[in-house]
Design a protein around this ligand. Structure first.
Ligand SMILES: [Ca+2]
Length: 222
C-alpha cells in the first residue's frame, strides 16, 4: 500500500475503514445499510467460510438447481396459455374432439400431430372420466360415432400399449364388453386399434384400424 493510498484510510487501532476516496480494495462486509469495518484477516476468513459452505453443501446447491428447473414459476398460467382453441382444458390436460373429421386410426393420429398433439391416452380412471365428460359435452349432436384413442396392439397381438409406449390399463372401468359378459378387447389379430365405442357408453373396444366412422380425440402435451 502506498503512502497516498494509506492516507485514504481512517486508522483506528488495527481496524480499517472504507477508503474515503479513490478506487481501492475495501476490507469491509456489505450489510445492506452500509459497509461494516472488519479487523485485518477477518475479511479473508469470511471469504474462506463462504467457500466452505458451498463446498460442504453441494447437495443443497443441487437441490436448489433442481427445484428451479422442475417447478415452473406459474405452472397453471403456463398450461392455460398453451391450451388454446380449438383445444379445451379438461382436468389437468388439453383435449380436442374433432367431431367433423371421420378418419382411420392412422389418419386420426396424423390429424392430431398436425396440431401439436397425439391421440389421447388415459393414465388413470380420473383422466378417463374427465375425457368422457368432455366428449359428452362436445359430441351431443353427433353421438353415434366412435372416438379414437392412442392405444393399439398392432405391434404385438394382445399387448395393448399407448402411443407413448406405456402399457394400457386392462379391464374395468376402461374396457367394455361385446355381449354383457365377454370383456374387450376380444377380437384378436383382426382388430388392433382402440376406440371409445358409443353403443357401449364409450367404453374401450378394439376395432379395425381402418374403421372410418370414428373421430380423433387429440391430447396436447403441456
Ligand atoms: Ca388385436
Amino acid at each position: 500500500m502506498s503512502v497516498s493510498e494509506n492516507q485514504n484510510y481512517e486508522t483506528m487501532g488495527n481496524t480499517r475503514r472504507r477508503p474515503t476516496s479513490g478506487v481501492t480494495a475495501c476490507s469491509c462486509i456489505s450489510r445492506g445499510s452500509g459497509d461494516i469495518p472488519i479487523v485485518d484477516g477477518e475479511f479473508e476468513r469470511f471469504l474462506a467460510s463462504g467457500s466452505a459452505i458451498v463446498n460442504e453443501k453441494p447437495q443443497l446447491r443441487t437441490s436448489l438447481l433442481q427445484n428451479e428447473h422442475s417447478q415452473p414459476k406459474n405452472s397453471g398460467q403456463l398450461a392455460g396459455d398453451q391450451c388454446t382453441a380449438p383445444f379445451s382444458r379438461v382436468g389437468d390436460t388439453c383435449l380436442l374432439l374433432a367431431v367433423s373429421d371421420k378418419l382411420t386410426w392412422a389418419a386420426a393420429r396424423q390429424f392430431c400431430a398436425a396440431r401439436g398433439a397425439d391421440l389421447v391416452v388415459f393414465r388413470d380412471a380420473n383422466a378417463y372420466a374427465d375425457a368422457l365428460g368432455y366428449i359428452n359435452l362436445v359430441n351431443k349432436e353427433n353421438a353415434a360415432v366412435g372416438v379414437w384413442v392412442g392405444g393399439t396392439d398392432e405391434a404385438v397381438e394382445g399387448v395393448w400399449t399407448w402411443v407413448t409406449g406405456e402399457p394400457m390399463p386392462r379391464g374395468p372401468p376402461f374396457w367394455g364388453s361385446t355381449d354383457g359378459y365377454k370383456p374387450e378387447p376380444g377380437n384378436g389379430r383382426a382388430r388392433n386399434c382402440g376406440i371409445l365405442w358409443h353403443p357401449d357408453k364409450y367404453y374401450l373396444h378394439d376395432v379395425h384400424c381402418t374403421y372410418t366412422d370414428a373421430v380423433p380425440l387429440c391430447k396436447k402435451k403441456l
